[in-house]
Design a protein around this ligand. Sequence first.
Ligand SMILES: *[C@@H]1O[C@H](CO)[C@@H](O)[C@H](O)[C@H]1NC(C)=O
Ligand SMILES: *[C@@H]1O[C@H](CO)[C@@H](O)[C@H](O)[C@H]1NC(C)=O
Ligand SMILES: *[C@@H]1O[C@H](CO)[C@@H](O)[C@H](O)[C@H]1NC(C)=O
Ligand SMILES: *[C@@H]1O[C@H](CO)[C@@H](O)[C@H](O)[C@H]1NC(C)=O
Ligand SMILES: *[C@@H]1O[C@H](CO)[C@@H](O)[C@H](O)[C@H]1NC(C)=O
Ligand SMILES: *[C@@H]1O[C@H](CO)[C@@H](O)[C@H](O)[C@H]1NC(C)=O
Length: 152
Amino acid sequence: MMAIFHTMAITIASLASCALAQDPACLVNGGFISTCAFPGLRFNETSLGMYCLNDMIHTYGYNWTWIDLDTCLTNNDGQLTPMTNGSYSGSCANCTVTFNSTVHIACDCENVAGQVAPTSIDLNSIVYNVDGTMGCCEQFGNKTWKGPQALT
Ligand SMILES: *[C@@H]1O[C@H](CO)[C@@H](O)[C@H](O)[C@H]1NC(C)=O
Ligand SMILES: *[C@@H]1O[C@H](CO)[C@@H](O)[C@H](O)[C@H]1NC(C)=O
Ligand SMILES: *[C@@H]1O[C@H](CO)[C@@H](O)[C@H](O)[C@H]1NC(C)=O
Ligand SMILES: *[C@@H]1O[C@H](CO)[C@@H](O)[C@H](O)[C@H]1NC(C)=O
Ligand SMILES: *[C@@H]1O[C@H](CO)[C@@H](O)[C@H](O)[C@H]1NC(C)=O
Ligand SMILES: *[C@@H]1O[C@H](CO)[C@@H](O)[C@H](O)[C@H]1NC(C)=O
């Protein structure tokens, strides 16, 4: 009986992770770091903000843009995973965004067994920039001319 439950649990878990991995809206190859000024990023609650280049190439135009990461990340059994409207923040805590050559978000997330463990994901794999607006999983954030921190 235990073995049957165990097998069922594994099957359900792998079906779930399969379905999440295949969210077609999230398979866009992000690449925002090549056109966004991520060393000036802000991470406020669940939103990532920074300046990104827009299509006014002749004037080297840019906008401040926020994307709410709850719209494109979920907690899949303790792993931050791309999914439309995934609302990772409901079961993850202590989230931080750091950058080196790319931009990671790291959190402590609870798995289905109720254990909390660290997990992280490279945001460049899902976040993209279209005309100065960041987006992910086919959903766009917003943009303004200036951000909360004035350019110097
Ligand atoms: C951070 O988010 C909170 C809640 O959405 C908002 O009230 C606050 O103005 C934001 N701060 C910045 C700097 O955007
Ligand atoms: C985006 O930035 C450009 C300048 O590069 C500005 O003309 C435009 O108004 C900004 N867009 C918004 C929505 O603020
Ligand atoms: C842009 O979206 C963020 C959430 O990602 C929100 O906090 C902010 O108020 C929005 N700004 C504008 C100008 O709509
Ligand atoms: C995600 O949320 C947005 C805003 O609430 C909604 O317009 C959209 O239909 C949702 N998409 C999916 C696939 O749930
Ligand atoms: C960049 O930072 C992330 C998250 O802290 C880390 O996993 C990764 O190994 C670092 N990469 C480099 C090249 O330092
Ligand atoms: C958040 O971090 C604090 C300090 O490291 C830790 O005590 C707490 O358990 C963490 N919260 C979760 C949900 O992991």
